[in-house]
Design a binder for this molecule. Structure first.
Ligand code: FAD
Length: 385
């Protein structure tokens, strides 16, 4: 049996590894010509890390992961700690430490694990079709390929999703822009093994460690969509936006490299429950596009891959039954994470400023238990929990 996977992001690559491991022949097609993911890093929560472990990548994941021993929230202006608590209760409860990782390193690790030779780069899918015998995928360079089934892991603007749903869908602007990048660990910004989040004025600025003595940072700025932005001007923009914030934030902005700082408008998509049409299925952001407010989009893509593998183990040789089992295992769980993230996004970014102010007040009383309970709630419910 031969699978065609379109998209070599974290969803497509984990799916390709998972299918290959159970003896399915896999071909991966990716439109870009080099490994240059948009976004500096990712916080892979315990459910995502467990997926990598399940694929035999435990040591590789641990080597890329930053060690987060504590979390803290800090007042944006005074720099006063609102709460600080240990991650250990969460690690004990779910049985796995989370790992923030640099995105390019995670991608490279997955590409190595699957095998570079099995990935065709510079192949932009332009159409797909199927009949009783299999699927045919066509690329912008005029070439085609055929297989028994196809997994469209082609991201948030997925062409496969359009095919499966019978038409395009509109994503929803979440109301803020996320600036992100990597800087060297600096204790003036935050402790080296802490996930530090400065909050105030419906914004947040966060740093967390990744391997190699670096912080992954992001700054969320509520603003209208399509505000003009010149690439490379992140320092000017952020200096203005966070002018009166605490010294740690100002140090971060002074330290970041404007040339490598990304600016991403945050969108999501209402959950939908049709993920399969015949021999073609969506996976990852193509199937569930979420705001990053609970750090679960990529983890959820990896959960898809594990569920897809389980479905083909349960229904060997039966594509229809396996894809139906995959769809039924995943749509509710993934949709729930999209809606949880949307809710969190609204509180964090001041959709109702009174609710956001109440959250800041709660943070000053927090001993960690409420926050960790919420995170455990996000982690639980996947194929390996
Ligand atoms: P992608 O990573 O988008 O990969 C899709 C691939 O398909 C791309 O390589 C693309 O080039 C390729 N492709 C697209 N169209 C075609 C085509 N027609 N032909 C061939 N190839 C094609 N998730 C977390 O778990 N934790 C986090 O902390 C986190 N933080 C985030 C922060 C930000 C700012 C954002 C925007 C997202 C964040 N996410 C996070 C979400 C996470 O990045 C995504 O959920 C994840 O990248 C989805 O992986 P994917 O493989 O489905 O899609």
């Amino acid at each position: 049996m031969k699978a065609i996977v379109v998209g070599a992001g974290m969803g497509g690559l984990t799916a390709a590894i998972a299918l290959k491991q159970i003896g399915i022949e896999v071909e991966v097609y990716e439109r870009v010509t080099e490994n240059k993911p948009v976004g500096a890093a990712i916080s892979l929560w315990s459910n995502g890390v467990k997926c990598l472990n399940h694929l035999g990548l435990e040591a590789e994941a641990a080597a890329l992961g930053g060690i987060v021993d504590t979390m803290s929230y800090v007042d944006a202006y005074s720099g006063e700690t609102m709460c600080r608590f240990s991650m250990q209760p969460l690690i004990d409860e779910v049985g796995q430490r989370p790992y923030p990782m640099a995105r390019a390193e995670l991608q490279l690790m997955l590409m190595n694990a699957y095998g570079f030779d099995g990935i065709a780069f510079g192949k932009k899918m332009v159409s797909m079709d199927q009949d009783d015998q299999g699927v045919t995928v066509a690329f912008a360079d005029g070439s085609t390929t055929t297989g028994d089934f196809m997994i469209g892991a082609d991201g948030a603007n997925s062409l496969t999703r359009e095919y499966v749903l019978g038409g395009p869908v509109s994503r929803r602007y979440a109301g803020y822009v996320n600036f992100n990048g990597l800087v060297a660990v600096d204790e003036e910004i935050g402790p080296a093994t802490e996930w530090t989040t400065y909050v105030g004025d419906n914004r947040r600025v966060s740093v967390m460690p990744v391997a190699g003595d670096r912080f992954y940072f992001f700054c969320d700025v509520p603003m209208p969509q399509d505000v003009p932005y010149d690439k490379g001007t992140a320092r000017e923009v952020l200096t203005k936006e966070f002018a009166d914030w605490a010294p740690g934030v100002r140090k971060l902005i002074a330290t970041l490299d404007p040339a490598t700082t990304n600016r991403v408008e945050i969108l999501d998509l209402d959950p939908f429950h049709t993920w399969v049409k015949g021999r073609i299925a969506v996976l990852g952001d193509a199937a569930h596009n979420t705001t990053p407010d609970i750090g679960q989009g990529g983890c959820s893509a990896m959960e898809d891959a594990i569920s897809l593998q389980a479905a083909f183990i349960e229904h060997p040789g039966d594509i229809g039954a396996a894809l139906a089992a995959y769809e039924s295992a995943r749509t509710e769980r993934a949709g729930d994470l999209v809606l949880r993230a949307r809710k969190r996004c609204e509180v964090t970014h001041g959709k109702d400023p009174e609710k956001t102010a109440a959250w800041y007040a709660e943070l000053r009383e927090e001993d960690g238990s409420n926050i960790l309970r919420g995170i455990v709630g996000n982690i639980a419910g996947g194929p390996l929990t």
